[in-house]
Design a protein around this ligand. Structure first.
Ligand code: NAD
Length: 498
């Protein structure tokens, strides 16, 4: 059989598809079957970054001056095109990233939702008008764009996360350069191609593929990049924050999580077990909002554990393109090794392995990166698997004595993205909403399921105070200007007694 021809994808700079100055490419393969090659992508370097930033800088004055409702018309067209291409993008995304088709369709839908939401902002972007303390004076606030945005994204939401950055940045009047995650450049390629076809002018959006140090770092450090918008691990985020600090570059960071589901003794245990399985093993546990800690009231621990194990053991694992598959592979070899390493640490530190724990290596799994859904019981707050983000199909059961004890355990983390509680008591639910220090909170639902019109982000080491999505995302990509218009014709002095 003749070998399948592998397509080479190019960077998108200044409205054109171009090769990297490095003359090097890297291979992107399917984590469910590494013999399935998705394509070759440009191994970008600092020169490519310089070209892309120069294009974005040159495009900025005209894009800034285009009325926001006109910018929005282009985004509406992009949204329509995304709807038409949804299935193809989802199929490609499952091939490059591994998660099951239902989830990649959801990923594309999230980008569609964000596109229409932000296009709508083209006719809103409300400021405020407010009275002046002086007569014949008018006060208002307006948003102003900032300039070139550098965007760095991870692989777990290959199109949704880039859309959460690109669309709000563009509607505010900024231009952008995105460096896609090395494992998922094809999804960003598809999004950028749609923006190109929808009529986004040259230079307004630019895409380079490649590695963090060679391509991401020069982008973050480029003097003409005014805002950095990053999603990824807290370790990389800390580094990026340090790169931005010397020049006071705006820097928005969305980072790791160690999310928690609390199951109280009055909970609907079937509902809670369904939610825990979805939150722990959906996207193979590779979500920033994955529930890697299940804090369960001691009175219901035994019953809940039995229901959880029954569900987890029955999950069908395989290639995400197969409609019957419920959990796909993990993203790559190094991530697989890291997860298996955490499983070993969990066992060594005294966690009780209740199910899973193994790599699947034979038969249909032999060319992929598959790990069984893994549940540890008897986990304590001292254990590494309680504290550190694993980012794989591994979750831990921790016993609590009461609502207050559960909330205390939930808050005992260096992260703060998402938490949830299963209870029938409105009092317990509201107490937990108030006392759990996270950016997202769910009642009788798992830790995942964010919608684009609500702010998204976390506390502690998960974020640095910004929120993506919602109208709040506009605060990342614009700056407020307070405007005072004095039409009295005389000098008036605020705060000065006459
Ligand atoms: P990562 O930090 O390894 O990489 C993220 C991105 O940063 C990649 O594009 C990478 O190439 C780039 N990068 C790496 N080093 C760099 C450097 N020195 N300079 C500039 N760029 C650099 O993270 P990952 O493995 O891709 O993603 C998983 C992490 O992302 C998890 O911690 C997860 O919780 C987090 N995440 C957070 C959110 C959120 O919204 N809070 C959403 C999704 C994922």
């Amino acid at each position: 059989m003749a070998a399948k021809k592998v397509k080479t994808y190019k960077n998108y700079i200044n409205g054109e598809w171009v090769s990297s100055h490095s003359k090097k490419t890297f291979v992107n393969c399917n984590p469910a079957d590494t013999t399935d090659i998705i394509g070759r992508f440009q191994y970008s370097n600092e020169q490519d970054v310089n070209d892309a930033v120069a294009a974005a800088k040159a495009a900025y004055p005209a894009w800034r001056m285009m009325p926001a409702p006109v910018r929005a018309e282009i985004l509406f067209r992009a949204g329509e095109m995304m709807i038409k291409q949804k299935e193809q993008i989802a199929q490609d995304m499952t091939r490059e990233m591994g998660k099951v088709l239902k989830e990649t369709r959801g990923d594309v839908q999230e980008a569609i939702d964000m596109t229409f939401f932000m296009a709508g902002e083209g006719r809103r972007m409300f400021g405020a008008t407010t009275p002046s303390e002086l007569a014949n004076k008018f006060n208002m606030t307006v948003r102003q764009p900032i300039g070139v945005v550098g965007m760095i994204t991870p692989w777990n939401f290959p199109i949704a996360i880039p859309s959460w950055k690109i669309l709000p940045a563009l509607i505010c009047g900024n231009t952008a350069v995105i460096k896609s995650a090395p494992d998922t450049p094809l999804s960003v390629h598809a999004l950028v191609k749609i923006l190109h076809d929808a009529g986004v002018p040259k230079g307004v959006i630019n895409h380079i593929s490649g590695e963090g140090v060679e391509a991401g770092q020069p982008l973050v450090q480029h003097k003409d990049v005014k805002i950095v918008s990053f999603t990824g691990s807290s370790a990389t985020g800390r580094l990026i924050s340090e790169f931005c600090a010397p020049t006071f570059k705006h820097c928005s960071l969305e980072m790791g999580g160690k999310n928690v589901i609390m199951v109280m003794d009055d909970a609907d245990l079937d509902l809670a077990a369904d939610g825990a399985v979805w939150a722990a093993f959906g996207t193979t546990g590779q979500r920033c909002t994955a529930a890697s800690r299940l804090v369960v009231h001691k009175k219901v621990m035994k019953k809940f554990t039995a229901k959880l194990l029954e569900r987890a053991k029955s999950l069908r694992i395989g290639n995400g393109l197969d409609a019957k598959t419920e959990m796909g592979p993990v993203i790559n070899e190094s991530q697989m090794k890291k997860i298996l390493g955490y499983i070993e640490i969990g066992k060594k530190e005294g966690g009780k392995l209740l199910c899973g724990g193994n790599q699947l290596k034979t038969g249909k799994y032999k060319n992929g990166y598959f790990i069984e859904p893994t549940i540890f019981g008897g986990v304590t707050e001292k254990m590494t698997i309680f504290k550190e983000e694993i980012f794989g199909p591994v979750t831990a059961l921790i016993e609590c004595k009461s609502l207050e004890d559960g909330i205390r355990i939930a808050n005992n983390t260096s992260y703060g993205l998402s938490a949830s509680i299963y209870t029938k008591s409105v009092n317990s639910a509201f107490t937990a909403i108030r006392d759990t220090y996270t950016g997202l909170f769910y009642v009788n639902a798992p830790t995942i399921g964010a919608e684009v019109h609500l702010p998204f982000g976390g506390t502690n080491d998960t974020g640095n105070g910004h929120r993506e999505a919602g109208q709040q995302v506009l605060d990342i990509f614009s700056e407020w200007k307070s405007v005072y218009v004095d039409y009295s014709g005389v000098i008036q002095k605020a705060q000065i007694d006459d």
